[in-house]
Write a protein that binds this ligand. Sequence first.
Ligand code: AFD
Ligand code: MN
Ligand code: MN
Length: 425
Amino acid sequence: MVETGYRIDDGYIASHNGARSGDMRRDYESLGERLHRRGIGIEDIAARAAALTVALPSWATGTGGTRFGRFPGAGEPRNVFEKLADCATVHQLTRITPRVALHIPWDRPHDPGELAGFASSLGVGFDAMNSNTFEDEKGQRLSYKFGSLSHTVAAVREQAIAHNLECVEIGRALGSKALSIWIGDGGNFPGQVDFRGSYERYIASLKAIYERMPGDWFLYIEYKLFEPAMYSTVLNDWGSAYHAATAVGPRAYCLVDLGHHAPNVNIEMIVARLLQLERLGGFHFNDSKYGDDDLDAGSIKPFQLFLIFHELVNAAAHGRGAGVPEPAYMIDQSHNVTDPVESLLASVEEIQRAYVQALLVDRAALAGCQEANDAVMALRTLKAAFTTDVAPILATARVRAGGAADPLTAFRESGYRARKERERR
Ligand code: AFD
Ligand code: MN
Ligand code: MN
């Protein structure tokens, strides 16, 4: 049996909450009054806040680094078990992150059954499996230097397909229900890659994977405009992803990573389109200033995050077609200068905040503004929701679920990382 190591004591969380309970109650009551005047029931919003779930990326529990270097912190997880323990700690404090997304081969378990048992002992499960054909694994027969699922050589494509099927196999043993594919395939120079041929080969490879996936699994297709291919990327945008998903089959959906667009692209509109077309599989939340920066969600463009959730709440009100899954919310970040657990705690809170703010939009008033072409009042309607301080709802929902009133402070004051420094030499 694998050791769990130090875990934050539930009694400690209770005392952290106890010290804040009076203020929390007063803040919640006064916000409840103000929302009531706007015709909103705070209890309903708190219940919906508590029902949100966000998956954590195993790979974000350690320092990511950049291509210039990596500055790991002490006490970081050394293996998949320790990554799960850190994710479980995020869940313990926030109560809305019950699943972890794994990256293979980075997290390949020797014994998936043992890993599944370990996860359930921590109270967490598994989200989408993430394949990796953007780098070579030690001892790998053929190289992905010039691509994987879209490679010109059939044997390389077959190896990449087999790798994805291995991810599915591991995922089945863990209780996952989705495979997420992002490839770095593309070209660095004009003329290097045949745009048409590479896209055809990519879709054919996706089909080969899809056909062998269990019937209750979903395929998430993640696009990104550039990097590591600096001139042309095979799956570069949502249109290419949308076509690929429809070509592959009804259980293939597009995955929107917020960092995978050119600066200033209207991502909320892409989200609305994919929702309307019923091909939005889910998100990789993060934030960025320039490119695929993988910064903490909500740290640079919180209004954009709110507008995305506004579209999600809108679409949910319209209902979903038969068989169309609820969008899967996942985080995909790289932490270079922060404690990874702290960044995850902060990001989870920002995602939940944006969602709750989006729930407060007066949709009837907004529709009226849109019909009347009243741009000023339309924006003001959105801003009224966005500028509402919903922190009391977040704290109350967390505490009711057994989490911490202030997860970041609770984490810091628990001494978790110092304990892990001693455990994880
Ligand atoms: C990539 C993608 C992605 C992938 C990750 C690997 O966003 O989802 O799994 O980085 O670090 O840019
Ligand atoms: Mn991603
Ligand atoms: Mn990315």
